[in-house]
Write a protein that binds this ligand. Structure first.
Ligand SMILES: *Cc1c(COP(=O)(O)O)cnc(C)c1O
Length: 398
């Protein structure tokens, strides 16, 4: 059969056609009034997308660039920081903080699990200058309790900053950034925003701006204060990724349309869309007798599914690609071969979700050589969809 190439990876994700068109026809110089207007409009819209009144910065890099900036701008060598980790992206925080000479305290949970609030409470002292965590750990498919953690941090006062890598959290999870008191929240373009890799963004609150006055770690390109100053004039400090800004503008317009003209409502629709696709996928996997990798606290951004006993998930990933041109993600690091990951963040719809579950049935049959009850995953997903439709938890109308 004919095969269409489709990405089901938790970044990069499928690109919105309107964003692709916007990029292809874009030819603006960045030091012009027209571009300044686009830049300012996109930054203002990004506040609605993130759900904050804090300043938003958008930089040309992958997500890790702004993660690095959140260490270099907020810490001095020798600062004590607490890293909450239960996966490969949590470990990236550890490595970054070490690279800038921080004294890194770790609070770890096994891969696939989430960190307990009681454990955090015990580690949280006013000497901890920053807490670094993920909203959703894309390597395991687990969702962490940002709200609960923020409550603990804020109860302690203003000494500890909370920095959240929400690179797959934004657009898939509800956040009240200002209400909960998240000091820095970080996102990336190639995730729920439906545009190519190349932009990383963050919203930075007052406590964090204040910390930057005394933080001494070296920084240059990712100097948030310099970028904030430029942004106030509708510019970036250096050449911005201009065509990606055109794409981002188109994506934000699309999300606004999803909310019938209201960007905040559109963002909620995007979150609900991911939630529904994730719920369908979990039900489908379980109906095939598969086990979820992060069963106790699954994210909506993606679903990590354990490969059946005796089966290497690499063989499943390969079969998805070869038979259906569907690119699903293998496990990362030590998890390689043990699980595969199907994304729901961004430009995924009902047919994508039903399609990947139908493909999963064939992949499972061919890789394990065991009989599969065709339709079992699809039926379970259909039932989830029907129930949601009846509850008027309608997905997107785009
Ligand atoms: C994708 C992702 C990142 C950023 O990775 P880059 O390759 O630098 O864009 C960071 N954290 C999480 C949780 C992610 O999913």
């Amino acid at each position: 059969m004919l095969r269409k190439n489709r990405l089901f990876t938790p970044g990069p994700t499928p690109i919105l056609p309107a964003a692709q068109t916007a990029m292809a026809s874009f030819a603006m110089h960045h030091r012009t009034a027209d571009f300044r207007a686009l830049y300012s409009r996109v930054l203002a819209d990004m506040k609605d997308f993130i759900g904050t009144r804090n300043d938003v910065l958008v930089l040309a890099s992958s997500g890790t660039g702004v993660m690095e900036g959140s260490v270099s701008n907020l810490t001095s060598p020798g600062d004590k920081v607490l890293v909450l980790t239960a996966g490969k992206f949590g470990e990236r925080w550890r490595d970054l903080a070490k690279a800038f000479g921080c004294v890194v305290e770790m609070l770890s949970a096994p891969y696939g699990e989430t960190i307990s609030l009681d454990d955090i409470r015990q580690k949280l002292t006013p000497e901890v200058r920053c807490i670094y965590m993920q909203a959703t750990e894309s390597s395991t498919g687990a969702r962490h309790d940002v709200k609960g953690i923020a409550k603990l941090v804020r109860a302690q006062g203003d000494e500890t900053l909370l920095v959240v890598d929400a690179i797959t959290g934004l657009g898939t999870t509800h956040f009240d950034v200002d209400g909960w008191g998240i000091d820095v929240i970080i996102g990336g373009s190639q995730k729920a925003l439906m545009i190519p890799p190349g932009l990383a963004y963050c919203a930075v609150g007052e406590r964090a701006w204040k910390r930057m006055e005394t933080a001494k770690s070296p920084r240059y390109y990712f100097d948030f204060r310099k970028e904030r100053k430029a942004a106030a004039k509708g510019e970036s400090a250096y050449t911005p990724a201009t065509s990606l800004f055109a794409a981002l503008g188109a994506a934000l317009d699309f999300i606004r349309q999803m909310g019938n003209g209201d960007l905040v409502a559109g963002r909620e629709a995007l979150v609900n869309n991911a939630e529904l696709a994730a719920e369908m996928t979990r039900a489908g996997a379980l109906a095939l007798g598969l086990k979820l990798f992060a069963a106790s606290s699954p994210a909506a951004a993606l679903t990590a599914i354990q490969s059946p006993a005796g089966t290497d998930s690499s063989a499943m990933v390969k079969e998805f690609r070869e038979s259906f041109a569907a690119v699903v993600a293998n496990g990362q690091g030590e998890m390689k071969g043990k699980l595969f990951r199907i994304a729901h963040l961004g430009y995924y719809d009902y047919l994508d979700t039903i399609g990947i579950l139908a493909a999963l049935e064939h992949v499972l049959a061919s890789v394990t050589g065991k009989p599969v009850e065709y339709g079992a995953a699809v039926r379970a997903a259909q039932e989830v969809y029907a129930r949601c439709a009846a509850e008027k938890r309608q997905p997107v109308g785009a």
